[in-house]
Design a protein around this ligand. Structure first.
Ligand SMILES: Cc1cc2nc3c(=O)[nH]c(=O)nc-3n(C[C@H](O)[C@H](O)[C@H](O)COP(=O)(O)OP(=O)(O)OC[C@H]3O[C@@H](n4cnc5c(N)ncnc54)[C@H](O)[C@@H]3O)c2cc1C
Length: 310
């Protein structure tokens, strides 16, 4: 690194491999959520990107089973109950994966930690989720151990907000922002950052200047994913902030669209486009979507049975 730009990377080739320096016009930090880029910038006298965190205290347990039509013909199920006061959030998934296998994931939050004990895994699958979870955990052949994972927070590094940035440097993927993995945004986000990088480079940018335009594009992707994931996280009983401005309104409208998406195919389609990151969350805030959600609410059979329900 010189006074104005990054000039390459040092490679540590491990035991016996020594060190090597590779010169580069552009260095991309894609080292994931534990990226040390902020430290490296700081050591060389540059400001760190501001770090924002949403504490989620997520605990995962995952096991893989051989798919067996005698147990279930289901390919994929995602189950999430609506947590309320005094209720523990339950999120789990059964996913068909390559090699004729199911991957089964159960989540706990805060002090609720699914362990590596297969009996505990099966008990949780049976007690907390739709029957297919328990059927697979109890009757299908488990391939390997139950493995666990803990993630303390969702985090984003706001490179767009840094006052001074060296030229010849960008970051992408989890090195910029990593979210609660329950919402499956990480791979799509990383791919969209790669698209931003491609678009920026095709515009023949000056590589001797900071990549401000690239980080402005990435910000749009990060803001969208962050809004979706943190709004959902803030509905979890153990997550108590930080609340962004307008959170109650956004969360209320989001709840309405989510609830009514179970009754209205077009709403479901629009919501899926947002959760799969084909569309920006603001596409759900237009009058057309909201009118549709309210109309579905008025038609909601549960509401008709119980007029007191709002
Ligand atoms: C349990 C779990 C479940 C997930 N489920 C989903 C899901 O269902 N769908 C989804 O879209 N996303 C999911 N994600 C998120 C997804 O895995 C990440 O968003 C995605 O992998 C980010 O890609 P990346 O290339 O930016 O970083 P990473 O995949 O983390 O890759 C970074 C790489 O850099 C390497 N590295 C780090 N430091 C250095 C260094 N100093 N020198 C050399 N190499 C280095 C690391 O070893 C790693 O290989 C999940 C994440 C977790 C933890």
């Amino acid at each position: 690194m010189d006074d104005s730009r990054v000039t390459g990377v040092h490679l540590d080739l491990g035991p016996g491999g020594g060190r090597r320096t590779v010169c580069a016009d552009l260095v991309v930090d894609a080292t994931g959520r534990s990226s040390r880029l902020g430290d490296w910038l700081s050591v060389h006298g540059w400001p760190r990107p501001p770090l924002r965190r949403m504490p989620i205290r997520l605990n995962y347990a995952t096991a893989v089973f051989r798919r067996d039509p005698a147990v279930s013909t289901v390919a994929s199920v995602v189950a999430q109950d609506r947590p309320g006061p005094g209720r523990v959030a339950r999120i789990g998934a059964v996913l068909a994966v390559e090699g004729g296998r199911w991957m089964v994931v159960v989540c706990g939050f805060a002090g609720d930690r699914p362990g590596r004990d297969p009996a505990d895994f099966a008990r949780r699958c049976r007690a907390d989720f739709p029957p297919v979870f328990g059927d697979i955990a109890e009757r299908a052949e488990r391939l390997g151990d139950v493995v666990t994972f803990h993630q303390a927070d969702s985090r984003r590094r706001d490179f767009h907000a840094v006052r001074r940035l060296p030229a010849g440097l960008v970051a992408a993927g989890d090195a910029v922002a990593s979210f609660n993995p329950v919402y499956s945004q990480g791979m799509t986000s990383a791919a969209l950052h790669a698209s931003c990088l491609s678009a920026w480079l095709r515009g023949s940018p000056r590589l001797d200047r900071p990549a401000t335009d690239y980080f402005a594009m990435v910000r749009v992707v990060v803001d969208a994913a962050w809004q979706v994931s943190t709004t959902a996280d803030l509905a979890l009983p153990h997550v108590d902030g930080p609340y962004p401005p307008g959170h109650r309104l956004v969360a209320g409208l989001g709840d309405l669209v989510l609830a009514m998406s179970a009754h209205d195919a077009e709403l479901n389609r629009r919501l899926s486009l947002v959760t799969m990151m084909f569309a920006h969350p603001r596409s759900l805030a237009g009058p057309g979507v909201l009118a549709r959600a309210l109309a579905a609410r008025l038609r909601d059979p549960a509401r008709r049975k119980d007029p007191a329900r709002r």
